[in-house]
Design a protein around this ligand. Structure first.
Ligand code: UDP
Length: 333
């Protein structure tokens, strides 16, 4: 029997609900919570998540999976201490294909998750995003920057649903006194990303493993900074356990251009792929890098996993999913 962490006063095990718990980040958070002694209920409609991400938890007495869309009423017959609301498509390709579900989960889904937290007297954490800064005119992005978002562009469904979700979270905090936390997640990568998810990390790795052209959008001078999933969920956990109601950026401040990133993936995979250029998608942010001063100060958090190590783990994972032959690539553990 697992040793569950107990509430100090009631002596009951701590109980967490993770929406999107079968997703890439949600499932890593579930693992972390179970390791820290929580009982965990994961709720997911499996639209972009997968049972493969939680299959290793089958039979774990502390874990329960509910196959449900979080835009529907959430009924749970158990006490809940923490609601972690991660459910959402997060890849531009996904939310361009399913814009209405994206808007619904950020709005109605957040409403349901907040309602659950209020009813249970639970603390609530919203997984927000660097996308709320849009194509930022301030660089790096600090939490007090309000952003530069096109509400009617193709990314508007995601950006505006998350901005609405932040507003709703603050309204529940102010009006209903729900204890709330908001994390703004910057680009994150790691095992359990889908090979066909469309985001740049699995896209470039998949192409490199197959020795196919690496598709850099635009001229590749746009920047991102990539945080490894284990660092990310540690930051989220610390935020939930902190007293910080204001939004907190969690991400890796090491910034690089997409051309540099393509060459890094080619180098690590020892691929024969060449870079090709494709049109830049509309409203693709030109630059993105988190200012993590608030996380450093309030959460004593900073990313620890270097890109080369995190990429190697991600490559090993994606390689195991594809079985592709990567030419000269040597397996490194
Ligand atoms: N990108 C690219 N090639 C791809 C996929 C993405 O050059 O095959 C670029 C994309 O235009 C963006 C960056 O990589 O500038 C990160 O894209 P991603 O979809 O991972 O997420 P975003 O940060 O835009 O939300």
């Amino acid at each position: 029997m697992a040793a569950f962490k107990r509430d100090r006063l009631s002596k009951k095990p701590l109980s967490s609900v993770v929406t999107g718990g079968a997703g890439f980040l949600g499932s890593h958070l579930v693992d972390l919570l179970l390791a820290r002694g929580h009982r965990v209920i994961a709720i997911d409609n499996l639209l972009t998540g997968s049972v493969d991400n939680i299959a290793h938890l089958a039979g774990d007495p502390g874990f329960r999976f509910i196959h449900q869309d979080v835009t529907e009423f959430l009924f749970l017959d158990t006490p809940v201490d923490y609601v972690w609301h991660l459910a959402s498509p997060a890849s531009p390709i996904d939310y361009l294909e399913i814009p209405i579900q994206t808007l619904k989960v950020g709005s109605i889904g957040t409403h349901k998750a907040l309602g659950l937290a209020k009813h249970k007297g639970a603390r609530f954490l919203l997984a927000s995003t660097s996308e709320i800064y849009g194509d930022p005119l301030v660089h790096p992005q600090r939490e007090d920057y309000w952003g530069n978002v096109n509400p009617i562009g193709p990314r508007g469904c995601y950006d505006e649903s998350k901005r609405f979700a932040e507003a709703l979270t603050m309204a529940y905090h102010r009006e209903h006194k729900v204890e709330t936390r908001i994390v703004r997640i910057f680009n994150t990568y790691g095992p359990r990303m889908r090979l066909n998810d469309g985001r740049v990390v699995p896209a470039f790795i998949g192409q490199a493993l197959a020795n196919k052209p690496i598709t850099v959008f635009g001229d590749g001078s746009q920047t991102r900074s990539f945080c490894y999933c284990a660092d990310l969920v540690e930051g989220i956990y610390r935020l939930m356990m902190s007293l910080t109601v204001e939004p907190v950026n969690i991400g890796n401040p090491k910034e690089m251009t997409m051309i540099e990133f393509a060459h890094e993936v080619i180098r690590i995979t020892q691929s024969r792929s060449k870079v090709v250029f494709k049109p830049l998608p509309q409203d693709d942010p030109r630059q993105r890098r988190p200012d993590i001063g608030r996380a450093r100060e309030l959460l004593k958090w900073k990313p620890r996993v270097p890109l080369s190590r995190g990429l190697q783990r991600t490559i090993d994972y994606l390689f195991s999913r594809t079985g592709s032959n990567c030419g000269k690539r040597k397996r490194q553990k």
